[in-house]
Design a protein around this ligand. Sequence first.
Ligand code: NDP
Length: 456
Amino acid sequence: GGTVSTYVERLMAAVEAKNPGELEFHQAVREVATSIELLLEREPVYREAKILERMIEPERVLMFRVPWVDDHGEIHVNRGFRVEMSSAIGPYKGGLRFHPTVDLGLLKFLAFEQVLKNALTTLPMGGGKGGADFDPKGKSDAEVMRFCQSFMTELQRHIGPNTDVPAGDIGVGGREIGYLFGQYKRIKNEFTGVLTGKGLEWGGSLIRPEATGYGAVYFAHEMLLTREDSLEAKTCLVSGSGNVAQYTVEKLMDMGAKVVTLSDSEGFVLDPAGIDNEKLTWIMELKNERRGRISEYAERFPGVTFTPYDPTADANPLWSVPADCAFPSATQNEINAKDAANLLAGGVYVVSEGANMPTSPEGVEQFVQAGILYGPGKAANAGGVAVSGLEMAQDSLRMAWPREEVDARLKEIMKSIHKQCRQTAEEFGTPGNYVNGANIAGFVKVADAMLDQGLV
Ligand code: NDP
């Protein structure tokens, strides 16, 4: 008995008791549970079958030792993980993150988000996430290679092209995927599509590096279209300066928008004149080849300022820069309640999340209340995993599609995700609420597959 709200509170009490200290995981589950209240009222079967309770318990969690030797001969031990969350609609699929903050709770949040996100893509992919508390910053290529080889020496026994197909995420880009793939192939003696984000010459897909950033911009474009508006001449804030941020900037310039910020964990740069193609090429070389810091951008180009972050500050000054659109593309919870208020005060009315869960619950609440065009990460950044799905398809066919074809499919998929979110939000009485739309639409697809497949 009891109301659904009581049900959600009871569920959350159990989640918190059973998964102590996993704050991001609690946050992600609470958001979804709150959104699907509306659905559980209409369709009691999901509640009776304990679908959400089953969905938040990983099918399997792997945790393992990753020993490696640095260039000076010193031994290090890191902790590796793979969270295999759901295989209801396809093989486990989701990125690997190498960052010192990686722990089980962080990866469970990312894996849970991934399950619903992958369901929205229209492609047959389950959800997973993995990584290690390894910090690639300041490591030589040889050290990164030895780490990746040690990591894969254990991971290879758990993954496979029909079982679990990892990709990149923070700290895992083309270089790391190359080393991981090489070690997998060496141990298994088979050339298969076991990872996505591979090099073009060895099974990768065109547009995969671009996909998450491009997709977040396509999603913003779709949201603006509902108001007969466009990205043309809009001032945009982008955070981060890695893979997602770089291609978000590229596509925004393409669409006639002006990008005035980028950042990393040390601070942000403000370029009032806007980033152009020449500057972006320089940034890509800085970040991807020289592995430098974004502060160097301010030293290189006149009129640009770098503001270092103050760890004791209660807000990130990047989000106080007046603008029309924001594309948070760094990390989780990078927009707190104060930042959200600053964004709204600065004129931002489009937020399309390239990062996963970059906005705190209090921030999300403000965006939804304000009625702005707010695209949550699990919808807006699904372009990355969608093109990973296309990479898997091409690997299976032993074919490579041309750039135009993959880009056209990506656009179609982002359009479809936008439509699912919008229609579902409306169906459940919360028009324009992409959070409810994404959570309910993603949940229903996975839930129905789980009902069909029995209690497993
Ligand atoms: P990268 O490693 O390429 O870049 C990450 C960027 O974010 C860097 O500029 C980094 O700065 C910054 N950053 C990372 N952690 C923090 C932190 N704790 N505080 C402040 N800044 C931070 O990663 P991606 O671009 O691939 O990923 C960015 C976001 O997008 C993540 O949330 C990821 O989960 C999400 N995402 C990525 C996808 C992909 O295809 N790659 C797909 C879908 C979502 P610094 O160098 O100082 O650490």
